[in-house]
Design a protein around this ligand. Sequence first.
Ligand SMILES: *Cc1c(COP(=O)(O)O)cnc(C)c1O
Length: 433
Amino acid sequence: MTESMKWLSTRGSLIPSSIREAISKGLAQDGGLFCPSFFPRANEVELAGVDSFSQIASIVLAPFFQGDPLREQLPEICQAAFNFPLVLKKIDSDHRVLELFHGPTAAFKDFGARFLAQTLSRIQPKTTVLVATSGDTGGAVASAFHRLKGVQVVVLFPKDRISPRQKHQLTAWGDNVLSLEVDGDFDACQKMVKECFLDEALARDLNLSSANSINVGRLLPQMAYYACASLWSVRRHGTPLQLLIPSGNLGNAVGALWAQQMGFPIGKIGIVTNANETLLKYFQTGTYEACPSVATLANAMDVGNPSNFERLKALFPKVDALKKNGVSIYRVDDEEIRKSIRQTYDRFKEVVCPHTATATWVAQTEQPFRPLTWVATAHPSKFETVVDPLLKSVLGHPVELAPQLSEILGRQPIFETLESNTAALKKKLRELG
Ligand SMILES: *Cc1c(COP(=O)(O)O)cnc(C)c1O
């Protein structure tokens, strides 16, 4: 009999939760983040001979669902969620790339959003997912829940403050996805969403859920792809996985550390940030101090107070322990991101997005370990306004659109407009529910 898994808050509340509570609540009662009560060892016997990501994921994730009926459904959940490739590509003897951008919205957020959608829709057959978005996450969430039975999705985005391509990704859905263009900025959207969650009657009646990025349902699949890539690395190349991870809220980095805790062959891990230097300072001084976020070319990493820092600290309470575990940190500014996009193409013939470019910069300048695998977090064609001016003259054409994006961009946009006012949003939600 295997030990059943409990979920504990990073803030020390002593009441353990089940996986279904952790996924449906998102945040622990005391405001902390859910973490597993222990890290099970990788099941080498079951993994032997299994090579597909979705099968590996369902084996890796099984112990985290121990004691819950969802455990038996993991093979079908993983198959439905991960219906696109995970790619580990060899560039040369020292360099590999883990491409996480082959999902429907061409960024790694698809893995988490789709796994969460598949689990949440099985836990709560009637749910309203409400999200405010400034860009990438909303598209991944809308796409992941699109046409899932029993789930209504409501996505708020700020008028005139997102790029035309981003807007198209938020409005290409229809059916059970309601996209609302709000006459206000991102903070106004976020405030309206928060106020709806605080309305207990509304939250209860509609079964409101946030699909928030700190949800363990989004983190677990990120752990699974690092576990899988580490097995592939050993099997195909005979070396453990060593990673450079472009980071903002640290969800991706914590996923890699959790896989390492399970005993998967993962060596050194370099966390790479843009000009936002909260983490760099933490590494240098041992003191954590949140900073206001700075706008950069790698905007999905513009974070001054990384939400998953609490999980990092729960694993390694002191910075020295983190360093001893082979974790290092790098900061890459906008000028270096621009140079990196050009040099990565010149040297490796790889076109990278501004986020991925932070990691390829470190790979080319500091070369902290070898062989190394940089993590490609988004497809470059999502950020054509940055990439095209830098590469047009060498490529002779704009960066090629990812096929899944060109399909989305070909659809008719469907959205409604809403005034920036919580009462108006509540009325809209009641009409839907
Ligand atoms: C969200 C995101 C990141 C940052 O990932 P975290 O898990 O928040 O550290 C990096 N690159 C892209 C393209 C993203 O969308």
